[in-house]
Ligand binder design. Structure first.
Ligand SMILES: *Cc1c(COP(=O)(O)O)cnc(C)c1O
Length: 481
């Protein structure tokens, strides 16, 4: 089953009515699809069917099949849903969609009363189980089996030698810079268009972030612009893989090599994204990831630092724990930090990692579906795509150029919000905000920031919700409403 969002609506034919009620209570959909051992759909049960059965004298221990409807309405994957939606809407709340073998691949829902958020975590695997294990065994702090397990499994997933967990992604960035010896008087090149954490981590070390312009085709740091900003003081580059799209790493690594600079990849938004077949976070000297609640996988708050360099690994490990001397407990030769991840966070992380392939697969599918609706519209800019990388679509992006479209990005955002659909505008260029104001306008970063927006792209969004969102946007574009 590749659609993780199906788990709470499908029940096995051999289950009891009690099991069915428990699942209906959990999914709050009032409907279950019943499948046989071969996973083919064999019936549908609603809360009304159960209620009527109980009135007639059926008991909770009885088989679900005593109240199941064996005649049901289902759709083939290939059917164009839009054509028949109105007919079905009046009669059904949920309709299963089957593949050629009668197995459920998705479902349509006619319930629209809830606000669609721009992002939300999917915690339907072993997250609760592993968390409870921490509580039951008292391993709730930063020691415990999940921390090391999460680190080694994350390293294995990426194909990198070392992974070290941290309390959040910003801490991982700060540790990376400290471990590489970045300090006051140094300069670090960062894109202007990113989350502010990228620049703040540089500031924490006493060094100065130098802001570079973006490229329109990847939304990421422009290697040519970066090169122009090199000085004697430049020590490192932090390319950010914004919204899941890898930066142009070959060009960046080449400049770094030629000028003897470190490269720290900020992959906080790009778990599993690939550049020329390699996962991001493995290409520079250090990579960092975030597991904040809206990121591709989450631990609530959390971060990870990755590297192939044993010296960097040892140094980060020590700095993360107040730089305590390995051989002399409570002896410290320099100022370190407490940036450790808890076993509780790592427990959630292990469960998330078990499902990362499914989550990314769903995100790629989401990108394809949105593309289908928007790719014909020449006035729209879309999430970057190219042959050298795999964009994992942390968030699907639209670029609304007012001159080309005749309306502003903000007017579309307001319209979507009225329809209960949440979206986000792009980050502000960091060099245009008070702590870093430097009076220059970086044209591409400024343009993208003013015209870019992200629309809902979380892993469990349904096909039908995407259709709904896309049609509202298309209608707005075509008719200005
Ligand atoms: C989220 C994010 C971070 C920081 O991660 P936290 O876990 O929130 O500290 C850093 N850089 C980018 C680009 C991010 O999106």
């Amino acid at each position: 089953m590749n659609n993780i969002n199906l788990r709470d609506i499908i029940i096995k034919r051999g289950s009891s009515i009690h099991d069915a009620m428990a699942l209906i209570d959990k999914n709050a959909k009032g409907t279950l699809f019943v499948v046989g051992d071969d996973e083919r759909l064999c019936g549908v049960v609603t809360d009304g069917d159960i209620r009527r059965g109980l009135i007639k004298g059926v008991t909770l221990k009885d088989k679900l099949t005593t109240v199941m409807n064996s005649s049901f309405v289902a759709l083939k994957e290939s059917v164009a849903f839009e054509d028949i939606a109105d007919q079905l809407k009046a009669k059904y709340k949920y309709i299963p969609i089957l593949d050629g073998n009668g197995r459920i691949v998705d479902y349509y829902s006619f319930i629209f009363n809830v606000r669609i958020p721009v992002a939300k975590p999917s915690l339907s695997g072993n997250e609760a189980k592993y968390l409870m294990e921490c509580i039951a065994t008292n391993w709730i702090s930063s020691q415990g089996k999940f921390v090391e397990k999460f680190e080694s499994q994350f390293a294995e997933y990426l194909g990198v030698r070392y992974a070290l967990s941290t309390c959040n992604g910003t801490a991982a960035l700060h540790l990376a810079l400290e471990a590489l010896g970045i300090k006051e008087g140094d300069e670090v090149l960062v894109p202007a268009l990113t989350f502010i954490a990228t620049a703040n981590a540089v500031t924490y070390t006493g060094a100065k972030p130098i802001f570079c312009d973006s490229e329109l085709d990847t939304f990421n740091i422009n290697p040519r612009d970066l090169e122009k900003r090199l000085t004697e003081r430049t020590k490192a580059i932090i390319p950010v893989h914004l919204y899941g799209q890898p930066a142009k790493m070959d060009e960046i690594m080449e400049i770094a090599k030629r000028n003897d600079l470190y490269v720290i990849e900020d992959a906080a938004e790009a778990h599993g994204a690939e550049y020329k077949g390699n996962k991001v976070g493995t290409l520079g000297d250090v990579g960092i990831f975030s597991f904040y609640g809206n990121k591709i996988i989450t631990t609530g708050e959390g971060g990870m630092l990755t590297t192939n360099n044993p010296k960097t690994y040892e140094s980060v490990k020590k700095l993360r724990d107040h730089a305590m001397d390995e051989n002399k407990k409570y002896w410290h030769n320099r100022v370190g930090f407490n940036y450790r991840m808890t076993n509780l966070q790592a427990a959630v992380g292990c469960a998330q990692l078990e499902r990362i392939d499914d989550i990314i697969k769903n995100k790629m599918e989401i990108m394809k579906r949105y593309d289908k609706y928007f790719k014909e519209i020449e006035t729209l800019g879309l999430s970057p795509r190219n042959e050298f990388s795999k964009n994992v679509c942390w968030m699907y992006s639209l670029i609304i150029d007012e001159k080309k479209n005749g309306f502003t990005r903000d007017s579309l955002m307001d319209h979507l919000l009225e329809k209960n659909i949440e979206c986000r505008h792009f980050f502000y260029p960091i060099n245009e905000m008070p702590p870093y104001y430097d009076s220059q306008i970086l044209p591409n970063a400024h343009y993208l920031s003013n015209s870019g927006m992200n629309i809902p792209s979380y892993a469990t969004i349904t096909k039908e919700e995407i259709t709904n969102i896309s049609k509202i946007i298309l209608k707005f574009i075509n008719q200005g409403i």
